[in-house]
Design a protein around this ligand. Structure first.
Ligand SMILES: Cc1cc2nc3c(=O)[nH]c(=O)nc-3n(C[C@H](O)[C@H](O)[C@H](O)COP(=O)(O)OP(=O)(O)OC[C@H]3O[C@@H](n4cnc5c(N)ncnc54)[C@H](O)[C@@H]3O)c2cc1C
Ligand code: FES
Length: 279
């Protein structure tokens, strides 16, 4: 019989995080900045488990780039009991935080490569954690093309950051909405797939990264494949319902893969044959 390995409960115990500020950024989303007891030491694409005692706990993507600060930034959409309760919390209030969890992106993969980043709606929140380091180190990383789409102009996240990234010589930003909804709009109208055929890409040296609503993945991957991109060049950020965040409970399972540990970031060739991966 195998000897029992000792279970380490530490990753399951939330630490206190104090809200430094919380501001409404769209009708459904608020941006939070939290003060931490110690730096997270996260990789882009990782997530934390955020909790309120007596209300619940949920995975939330880390939106800021990696760094040494004792702070973390999150964008939270109010959609259920926990997230609605979090929207009522104010500066000075304390929440519970575990993590960082998940594999995230390995920045070494992006060295001397061009990157196409496709963000749909709230998908821009986790992808900002990757865009920031890529945009900050043009000598280490290559050209970045960011395609950011949302439903209407009022739903656009990080407008100030999108404008600032667009000013950088090594970053192109294409902003789209599905519908202007009669609101002022200075970007394009259409789906995030629309610009892909016209991008000036050196395909063998380019990686693509996608995060957005489930329906988006299949069509973006088809558009990238039509440009000659292989599954090995495409990274997808997949969300599944999670409980423990550390590969113990099975809530996040896609076939034999635990999304909380092996994901949420996957190279597409690793999950392309899993029947439920893109649903
Ligand atoms: C890795 C990861 C990162 C995430 N990052 C963010 C983030 O940065 N910001 C953010 O606002 N949300 C994020 N989410 C989603 C968030 O964790 C869920 O919306 C969470 O359920 C909200 O908790 P709640 O108690 O408020 O709502 P709940 O009461 O749990 O659910 C509200 C509604 O969302 C549905 N739902 C819950 N979880 C999922 C899911 N995984 N897939 C599809 N539908 C679901 C429920 O059926 C219900 O209709 C992330 C999820 C994962 C797995
Ligand atoms: S959330 Fe528990 S195994 Fe992944």
């Amino acid at each position: 019989m195998q000897p029992m390995t000792e279970f380490d409960p530490a990753p399951l115990i939330p630490r206190n995080a104090r809200i430094l500020d919380s501001r409404r950024v769209t009708a459904k989303e608020r941006h939070f900045r939290l003060a931490l007891e110690a730096p997270l030491g996260h990789r882009p694409g990782q997530f934390v488990m955020l909790s309120l005692p007596g209300v619940g706990e949920a995975p939330i993507s880390i939106s800021c780039g990696p760094g040494d600060e004792r702070e973390v930034e999150l964008v939270i959409r109010a959609c259920g009991s926990l997230t609605h309760a979090l929207h009522q919390r104010q500066a000075g209030d304390v929440v519970g935080l575990r993590g960082p969890f998940g594999n995230g992106f390995d920045l070494q993969d992006f060295e001397q490569r061009d990157t196409v980043i496709v963000a749909g709606g709230l998908g821009l929140a986790p992808l900002r954690s990757l865009i920031e380091p890529l945009a900050a180190r043009p000598r280490r990383y290559g050209h970045v093309t960011l395609i950011s789409g949302c439903r209407t102009p009022a739903d656009e996240l990080y407008r100030d950051k999108l404008r600032a990234w667009a000013q950088l010589p090594h970053v192109d930003v294409i902003r789209l909405v599905n519908d202007t909804a009669h609101q002022p709009w200075d970007g394009e109208v259409g789906l995030v797939t629309a610009p892909i055929p016209r991008l000036d890409l050196e395909i063998p040296n380019t990686l693509a990264v996608l995060c957005g609503p489930p329906v988006m993945y299949k069509f973006v991957i088809m558009a990238l494949a039509a440009r000659g991109m292989q599954n090995e060049q495409i990274y997808v950020d997949l969300e599944r319902r999670m409980r423990c965040g550390i590969g113990k409970c099975g809530h996040c399972q896609i076939n034999q893969v635990y999304c909380c540990r092996s994901g949420p970031v996957f190279r597409f060739d690793e999950v392309a044959t899993l029947p439920e991966a893109l649903t």
